[in-house]
Design a protein around this ligand. Structure first.
Ligand SMILES: Nc1ncnc2c1ncn2[C@@H]1O[C@H](COP(=O)(O)OP(=O)(O)OP(=O)(O)O)[C@@H](O)[C@H]1O
Ligand SMILES: [Mg+2]
Length: 108
């Protein structure tokens, strides 16, 4: 049976999808000519798992400490993902990497 996902959770999932997909394009080979990425969405009873598979990069996804600086204009994406997820992480793949986040709604 498919349970309806609450509206606040949908909004948060959209935010996380945006941050992780943007990272794939901005920071990995997925953003190069003919690049691509894969978005995975799984609805669970208490959370939605968002995962993005990219084509790899020399950098690793990290929550930037300096992102807390009020005048920083970027470097907040994963800080936001961390704040709205009960867990998130990355796993290397044969080609590229999966970045995943288990997103919870405000009421959970
Ligand atoms: N999928 C990824 N593969 C490799 N490196 C990544 C990936 N996602 C993020 N990173 C690295 O982690 C850093 C932090 O990512 P984050 O999303 O927090 O900030 P940002 O993308 O630099 O800025 P913003 O998201 O605020 O526009 C990035 O600058 C990049 O070096
Ligand atoms: Mg980002």
């Amino acid at each position: 049976m498919i349970k309806k996902v609450p509206e606040d959770l949908v909004t948060t999932v959209e935010l996380v999808v945006s941050e992780l997909c943007t990272n794939a394009v901005e920071h990995t080979a997925s953003g190069e000519e003919d690049g691509h990425f894969v978005l995975e969405l799984e609805a669970h009873p208490e959370h939605v798992r968002v995962a993005v598979i990219d084509l790899g990069a020399k950098t690793d996804p990290v929550v930037r400490d300096e992102a807390v600086s009020a005048d920083a204009v970027s470097g907040r994406g994963l800080l936001i993902v961390d704040a709205v997820s009960k867990a998130w992480g990355t796993e290397p793949l044969r080609v590229g990497r999966r970045v995943w986040a288990d997103v919870v709604g405000a009421s959970v």
